[in-house]
Ligand binder design. Structure first.
Ligand code: GEK
Length: 250
């Protein structure tokens, strides 16, 4: 079955539909931001389910008088899920992205939402923002864009900024060291994209664009890093093909 049309008001992603010759590295510019809602839904298996579960998990873990962070918030989809999930008093959501095109749209989307939990939105590098008094930190497919050598320091700062009992929800594209399994997961993933209406050309060109921009870690690398930073547990709550979500508890 081909993908349904995107919801009204959401532009359809055709950015990689025409032959490009030279494919430029992927970046989160205005063109990407304008189709992002459609792009991520058709590119990340389980994206809508993950968002809805982020809301549910946030409801459980958001502590009164605490901060909930959405790091690499893009259009604020996880921010909205958290905002609708939070039931504790005096929580504040802090949403950060370093793409101005994303942040401008994110602000409008949050302004149009009727929930009352306060949301502060900043265009900043998540590696430079203080993380304080946090009960929930969400990194929903963002760490994969941070330089490999800088990931440990970021996760450590998140851990240090979490309150006791606080959590990090980390979703990432991952890879498997077992080559046949990696190849199978890649094939199944490409089939998922085809079913969602992307052509082989679109799949290939987007892959080339992301090659040096999105660097995946293995599940073991993620788990070890989370444990090395001090998390008492770090386990998977969602996985489909090469996409998985961890919950790490302080
Ligand atoms: C969602 N979480 O819809 N500082 C701040 N933002 C960054 C940085 C950085 N150093 N590096 C990348 N980003 C969202 C989806 S998308 C995932 C997240 C994807 C931002 C970047 O600008 C982009 O908006 C986001 O991280 C990654 O649940 O496109 O696969």
């Amino acid at each position: 079955m081909k993908s349904p049309n995107p919801p009204v008001g959401v532009l359809s992603d055709t950015l990689f539909a025409k032959p490009m010759g030279q494919v430029s590295p992927f970046c989160f510019d205005d063109k990407v931001a304008s189709v992002f809602a459609d792009m991520i839904k058709r590119s990340v298996p389980g994206y809508s389910a993950i968002l809805s579960m982020i809301g549910d998990i946030c409801e459980r873990y958001a502590q009164p008088d605490s901060h909930c962070y959405d790091l690499g918030c893009s259009l604020g989809a996880a921010t909205l899920a958290m905002r609708h999930g939070i039931k504790s008093d005096r929580c504040r959501i802090i949403s950060i992205d370093n793409s101005q095109a994303m942040i401008d749209r994110c602000q409008k989307i949050i302004d149009a939402d009727e929930q009352t939990v306060p949301v502060d939105i900043y265009c900043k590098d998540i590696q430079c923002v203080p993380i304080e008094k946090a009960s929930v930190v969400v990194l929903n497919f963002t760490l994969q864009f941070i330089e490999l050598v800088k990931r440990q320091a970021l996760i450590q700062r998140i851990y240090d900024g979490l309150l006791p009992g606080g959590i990090l929800l980390l979703s990432e594209k991952i890879h498997f060291d077992n080559e046949p399994h990696q190849n199978l997961m890649t094939e199944l993933y490409h089939n998922f994209k085809r079913v969602n209406g992307y052509s082989d050309l679109e799949i290939a060109q987007k892959r080339t664009a992301l090659e040096k921009v999105l660097r995946s870690d293995s599940m073991d690398t993620h788990r070890r890093r989370l444990q090395d930073c001090g998390f008492t547990s770090a386990d998977i709550w969602f996985q489909c093909f090469t996409f998985c979500s961890f919950i790490a508890i302080k």
